[in-house]
Every structure is written in C-alpha cells, then in structure tokens.
Design a protein around this ligand. Structure first.
Ligand SMILES: [Zn+2]
Ligand SMILES: [Zn+2]
Length: 294
C-alpha cells in the first residue's frame, strides 16, 4: 500500500498535469465500475442463493445495499463538488486580520499569505484549507470543507465490501452445494482424511475470483480508514500524523470535521451540517489543568 502511495506521489510531483489527466479518470472509473460490479454480483448472484428472493430478508438486503451505494456515490460526488480551497473564502477572509497576520504564512506558488494549516496542492494548483491529502478516487483535495464527505465515503466503501465478504462466508456455511465451489473447501479437504473433492469448473473460477477481488477491495478500504484514525483522534492531517497541537479532545475534533450535526451526517451527504469555523482560525490544544500546591 505504502509502495503504491509513494510511487503515485513520485510521479505526481514530476508530471502533475499528466498525472491528473490519467489517474483521476482511472481511479474514479475504478470506484464506479467496482461499485456496479459488486452490487450486481451480490444482489443477483450471491444473496439469492442465501435468502429467498420473495422473502423479507432479501428485500432488507436490497434496502441496505441501496443505502450503502447511495452514500458511497453521494459522498464521493459531494467531496468532489465541495470547494475547500483558500479561494472559496469570502474575499474579506482571504486576507488576515491585523491580529492574526503573524499566524498566516506565505505560499510561494500563489504568492500570497494563506491561513494556518493551509498548504499548496500542485495537482489542484491552489492552496487548500487544512489540507489533508489529494485523493485520486474523489479527484480532488481533501480539506477543511469536504473532509466529512471523504470520511463517510471510505466508511461506506469499507462497510459495503465487508458485507459483501460476509455474504460469501454465509453462503459457504449454509449452502452445501455451493461450498464445493470455494477454494477454502478444497484446501481444508486436502488436509483431511476425507477423499478430496475436485470440481474445478467455470463456477469455481468465477466465485473464487470474485471472492479474492472482494477481499482485496475490503482490505484497501480498511487501510484507508485506518489512515484516518490519527487524523480524527489528534485533529491532525495525513502528512502531519504526529502533530497533536490542534487536538481539542475527540468530541470537539469530530465536531470540527463533521459540523454541528456530528455523527448524524452518516445518514446522507445532503444533510446540512455547518462547520464551527471557516478554516482560517485554529485553536491549539487545551492547556492541561494546573495542580494546586496550596
Ligand atoms: Zn498556494
Ligand atoms: Zn489537490
């Protein structure tokens, strides 16, 4: 994973324009095609072999699948469409107040002063408010204004791929006929005293290929979520993971990213949840309580 990220960053630094033109369509296309593929396979192939297609459980599975896909694609689109650059600020906020001027720093690319925690992105060619990182899967920078959408995007990607993986395990456990089509069945049988059953037909190839792709998609999403844990826990960013100077406590940090509606933003990207500030004024960590020696 790190190898891929370092490789991408290396190419992006040398050929930023070509990287954007190539990596963005490929990555966004991968998410769209992957979502459509896993949704179709799950709901028309795997789940009908687990639940009766006329029953309540199958309808419930459709409801969950549609909710997850809506939030994956909705948050992905909202992340892309939400401008989090310094230029998105009202004109009078793009220059510092006299008392906060010492906190702002100069961007050599934009040739102007920018707020604290704002950094220049060579791919977006502008400065981003509380820049976290440039995400090729949402084709934009993730920063102060759109972090909420990025967060739910990867959470729902992880949830979707996990449930798809769980459905394979369930099918393996309850459907004796299909069990023989999984590689796992043949591996466990090869080590037992029971005569191993060999049945390598086309269904065997497809079901195992889907299973492996699903396992990879889940691992990839889970790693993306894992990278965000320090970001929320310490109120830091992807490139400054050990910097805890803005840590205001988990509850306050979460509110800074998610806005006034907090965790309820999980329901839909359309829920309005105003952020506590415009991304130019950052308070450092709360001073620890002093011990009274009297
Ligand atoms: Zn800049
Ligand atoms: Zn960017």
């Amino acid at each position: 994973m790190c190898f891929i990220m370092v490789g991408c960053k290396y190419v992006a630094d040398i050929y930023p324009v070509q990287f954007v033109k190539t990596a963005h369509p490929l990555s966004v296309g991968l998410v769209l095609v992957g979502t459509a593929f896993f949704l179709s396979v799950e709901m028309f192939l795997i789940v009908p072999m687990i639940f009766d297609t006329g029953g309540v459980m199958y309808k419930l599975a459709w409801l969950v699948a549609v909710f997850i896909v809506y939030n994956v694609l909705g948050n992905m689109l909202a992340c892309y469409r939400t401008d989090t650059s310094v230029a998105s600020l009202p004109r009078d906020r793009q220059v510092p107040e006299p008392e906060e001027e010492h906190l702002w720093h100069h961007c050599d690319y934009c040739q102007t002063l920018v707020p604290p925690r704002s950094w220049h992105c060579r791919l977006c060619n502008c400065c981003i408010l509380r820049r976290d990182h440039h995400c090729i899967f949402t084709a934009t920078c993730v920063g102060h204004n759109n972090y909420r959408y990025f967060f739910w995007f990867i959470i729902y990607l992880t949830a979707g791929t996990f449930l798809a993986l769980a459905s394979h395990v369930l099918l393996f456990l309850i459907n004796k006929e299909m069990r023989r089509h999984y590689m796992l069945f043949h591996i466990t049988n090869a080590f037992s005293f029971v005569e191993p059953t060999r049945k390598f037909d086309l269904t065997f190839v497809w079901i195992n290929l889907i299973f492996v792709l699903n396992a990879y998609a889940f691992t990839f999403s889970l790693v993306m979520v894992a990278y965000q844990i320090p970001t929320i826990y310490l109120n830091t960013t992807f490139y400054t993971q050990r910097d805890s100077q803005y840590n205001r406590g988990l509850r306050e940090n979460f509110g800074t990213f998610m806005g006034s509606r907090g965790v309820w933003t999980f329901l839909s990207p359309t829920i309005r949840s105003p952020l506590p500030h415009d991304g130019t004024q950052w308070e450092t960590r709360k001073p620890s309580a002093t011990i009274c020696e009297c």
